[in-house]
Design a protein around this ligand. Structure first.
Ligand code: F6P
Length: 328
């Protein structure tokens, strides 16, 4: 318990996600509303090591709620994984009198926060900010909804040309170890098949599915491939399918980093606001090593430890089953 918090810093780390700015804005304003001095750390944990810590006022977060990316910048910081890096970061926090830290990011960010708070007396609250939706304790992570909307907008366009040419398209989407984007994108774009890292689908199964589609007069097909799929990326899979399914005119689109950008959806703006608000309130209550998340439309806390260890299979089984049925 450390209820007498006076100075709080906010940082974003790992892959950026739409909605992070809404969360920064909410955290800064909630802190100021409660009489706290608020700071922003530039470039995630790298900024802690470089002492790149700036004061933030209510007006410094004006006009950012609609912006993608993160105004605090972000980085994947290798130095923070070392004991020396963490010590420098801690010394910089102490030199700035900062006693509370809000970290917004994904599993790498949370692992850093966990190791840091186990070694040093800084109260840390995590906000799940990643398009991958791969943290336990929040039904949705920040940026996931916007990313799915971006993906389906792209797939709708691909569908137009796929259908006009009677082609088979393989569309690769992000999600290093997580098929969450792929599954929801498949359902909302009406894809013929989806390949997920959590559920290995053999090429035989895929080809059988495509053949059934062709036999029942589907003229074009879209297969969503999650980037973490064990059979390889979309190019590898398309090549293997083409070898055995030569009559199909196959094409590949890798959506890549465009999935991380763009103005956040209203869902992500509201989620970011709720989570930023909650993160500061948890620090003010003296809580630490907790993640704030959305569960059943309520903001709940989960220990960072659980958020990291329990996420292994987050795919919704009912959606998986439904995607198969609806794609016949
Ligand atoms: O974790 C979010 C994510 O976008 C993953 O889906 C993807 O695999 C990874 O980040 C890409 O990271 P980077 O931008 O560092 O290449």
């Amino acid at each position: 318990m450390k209820p007498n918090i006076k100075n709080i810093a906010v940082l974003t780390s790992g892959g950026d996600a739409p909605g992070m700015n809404a969360c920064i804005r909410a955290a800064v304003r909630t802190g100021i509303y409660n009489g706290i001095n608020m700071f922003g750390v530039m470039q995630g944990y790298q900024g802690l090591i470089n002492n790149n810590i700036i004061p933030m006022g209510a007006r410094s977060v004006s006009n950012i709620i609609h912006l993608g990316g993160t105004v605090l910048k972000t980085a994947r910081c290798l130095d923070f994984k070392t004991e020396e890096g963490m010590k420098i970061a801690y010394d910089n926090l102490k030199a700035n009198d900062i006693d509370g830290l809000v970290v917004i990011g994904g599993d790498g960010t949370f692992t850093g926060a966990q190791r840091f708070s186990q070694r040093y007396d800084v109260n840390v609250i995590g906000v799940p900010g990643t398009i991958d939706n791969d943290l336990y304790g929040s039904d949705f992570t920040l940026g996931y909804d916007t990313a799915i909307n971006t993906v389906i907008e792209a797939i709708d366009k691909i569908r137009d040309t796929a259908d006009s040419h009677d082609r088979l398209f393989f569309v690769e989407v992000m999600g290093r170890d997580s098929g969450c984007i792929a599954l929801r994108a498949a359902i909302s774009s009406g894809a013929e098949a989806v390949l997920l890292p959590e559920k290995p689908t053999s090429l035989d199964e895929l080809i059988e599915q495509l053949e059934i589609g062709a036999a029942t007069k589907k003229s074009s097909s879209i297969v969503i491939v999650s980037e973490g799929h064990k059979a390889g990326g979309a190019y590898d899979i398309a090549k293997k399918v083409k070898e055995r399914f030569n009559h199909y005119d196959t094409k590949v689109t890798i959506l890549g980093h465009l999935q991380r950008g763009g103005s956040p959806s209203s869902f992500d703006r509201i989620l970011g606001s709720r989570l930023g608000f909650a993160a500061i309130n948890e620090l003010l209550k003296g809580n630490t090593e907790q993640m704030v998340g959305l569960r059943g439309n309520e903001i709940k806390t989960t220990s960072i430890d659980e958020a990291l260890t329990k996420h292994t299979f987050k795919l919704e089984a009912d959606l998986l089953e439904m995607a198969k049925v609806l794609s016949i």
